[in-house]
Design a protein around this ligand. Structure first.
Ligand code: DX5
Ligand code: ZN
Length: 223
């Protein structure tokens, strides 16, 4: 069982929402979620293009939800100022890009929380040196770039190992998992120690997005 001191948060990924009605999509899901996950893709770091800071700027005045910006871009340093100005609560950068410390410093200077993310094939060792410097550690449970992919259960071992380190050292780091989360994959992810579950297609692809978000949370942590 997850310990009560842990977060239990649902973060719908707007990548799967209807962009023509984004404010309505967000309003519908808001009662059942804690953060909004904003997937930013540049067509270089990942083979897809999605959205940028302009969408965060548009969302900020229409929602009080925490805006959790996942930057799947080659040059995050060029855009941190814009995301901060747009109203992002945190930016999460990929460890695969190299030393993230200069980016952490910039995020802190802007008052944003700091996230670090690792791809499914990246070993946990790559992020361990930064655990005392971050607020969120995000585990990709699909290859980044597209919504709607199947969950990769092998990622759970890394999540479990991170949970043990974070708990042993009482680090104030939230563990988040992203990709292929639905009411069936949420329970093993929660059991392995996830604090925040990101779900795109399982939420916005459902006829009732709020009910779908609630079902994921209930499956993970109980009603
Ligand atoms: C993938 C993105 C995910 C994606 C999740 O690159 O980082 O956040 O939107 O979508 P689902 O839940 O459909 O796998
Ligand atoms: Zn994401």
């Amino acid at each position: 069982m997850a310990s009560p001191s842990r977060s239990r948060k649902i973060a719908p990924s707007i990548l799967a929402a209807d962009f023509a009605h984004l404010a309505d999509e967000v309003a519908k899901v808001t009662p059942e979620c804690d953060l909004l996950h904003v997937d930013v893709m540049d067509g270089h770091f990942v083979p897809n293009i999605s959205i940028g800071p302009a969408v965060v700027t548009s969302l900020r005045p229409v929602t009080d939800l925490y805006l959790d910006c996942h930057l799947m871009i080659e040059n995050p340093g060029d855009f941190l100022d814009q995301f901060a100005k747009a109203g992002a609560d945190s930016c999460t950068v990929h460890v695969e890009l190299g030393d993230p410390r200069p980016l952490f410093d910039r995020m802190r200077a802007h008052g944003m929380r700091v996230g670090l993310v690792l791809n499914p094939e990246t070993p946990l060792d790559a992020v361990v040196p930064y655990l005392t410097e971050i607020d969120i550690l995000l585990f990709m449970s699909v290859h980044p770039g597209f919504g709607g992919q199947a969950f990769l259960p092998e990622v759970l071992d890394k999540l479990r190992a991170a949970r043990a380190i974070v708990d042993e050292q009482s680090l104030p780091v939230e563990l988040e998992i992203d990709g292929g989360i639905n009411h069936e994959t949420a329970p093993p992810a929660a059991e392995a120690g996830a604090d925040i579950l990101v779900a795109g297609s399982a939420v916005f692809g459902a006829p009732d997005s709020a009910a779908a978000a609630r079902a994921i949370s209930d499956a993970a942590w109980g009603a």
